[in-house]
Design a binder for this molecule. Structure first.
Ligand code: NAD
Length: 232
């Protein structure tokens, strides 16, 4: 049975990615950092859940000690920050980079060892529309997601000869807890800016990850999933 690890896989977008692979017969492990309630729900659905902070090297090693070799790694765990730059502390900058970029690095490094030996594997990094085009008052978040795009391209070149594909998916506005700070009015204003006239769903992103799994001649790309919110 093929094995997939989804970080931040017990809620929001990650949970829908985990479900997509579960329904297709994969062994799915979901890593999470908090929120025991959603972890318990995922476990009840048949997902193997493991608590690990992806920004912590020892916890990532423990995660891979638990899950073992994976065929697919989805680096989905992420945190956001909505603040003007003058109000952002260096600690906040470091935390965002440690989770959003450091976590992807640590997990990709662990996963790639066995993938290289097997000469096959897929890594998908969940970036963001703001990583592609930049978001006002989200400069740190945007920078961390742009870093993931560069990381994806470089790793695709490095690991391609070992049979490993590396791609990213950049969601637009998706209805999850990450956007809970937005009012109904904010969400409606955003919806009006989207050519497909609806806010995205986690399943939209999950389908994109599945597309990348199925298309085994695709590597080094970024796949926007944003309803046309940003067309570059
Ligand atoms: P969410 O807050 O619902 O889920 C985030 C998940 O990441 C949670 O499961 C959480 O436990 C996990 N997580 C956070 N910090 C972690 C850590 N240090 N270690 C391990 N797990 C950790 O948010 P979401 O909207 O589902 O976001 C999923 C991904 O999609 C994120 O990378 C986010 O940046 C990206 N994204 C979201 C949107 C959106 O509109 N919701 C848009 C673009 C990109």
């Amino acid at each position: 049975m093929k094995k997939v690890l989804v970080t931040g896989g017990t809620r929001g977008i990650g949970r829908d990615i985990a479900r997509e692979f579960l329904k297709r017969g994969f062994f799915v492990c979901a890593a999470y950092s908090s929120d025991e309630e959603s972890a318990a729900e995922s476990a009840a659905e048949g997902i193997d859940v493991f608590r690990a902070d992806v920004s912590d090297e020892a916890q990532v090693k423990a995660l891979f000690g638990h899950v073992g070799n994976v065929d697919i790694l989805v680096n989905n765990a992420g945190i956001s920050l909505f603040k003007q730059i003058q109000d952002v502390s260096f600690g906040e900058w470091n935390r965002l980079f440690a989770v959003n970029v450091g976590g992807a690095f640590l997990c990709a490094r662990e996963a790639s060892r066995a993938m290289i030996e097997k000469k096959s594997g897929l890594i998908v990094n969940i970036s963001s529309v703001w990583g592609e085009v930049g978001g006002s008052c989200e400069s740190v978040y945007s920078a961390s997601k742009a870093a993931l795009l560069g990381f994806t391209k470089a790793l695709a070149k490095e690991l391609g000869p070992s049979g490993i594909r590396v791609n990213s998916v950049s969601p637009g506005v998706i209805d999850t807890r990450m956007n809970a700070r937005l009012s109904d009015g904010d969400m409606e204003a955003l919806r009006e800016e989207i050519p497909l006239e609806r806010i995205g769903r986690g399943e939209d992103v999950a389908k994109a990850v599945w597309f990348l799994y199925e298309n085994d001649y695709v590597t080094g790309i970024d796949l926007p999933v944003n309803g046309g919110f940003s067309i570059v």
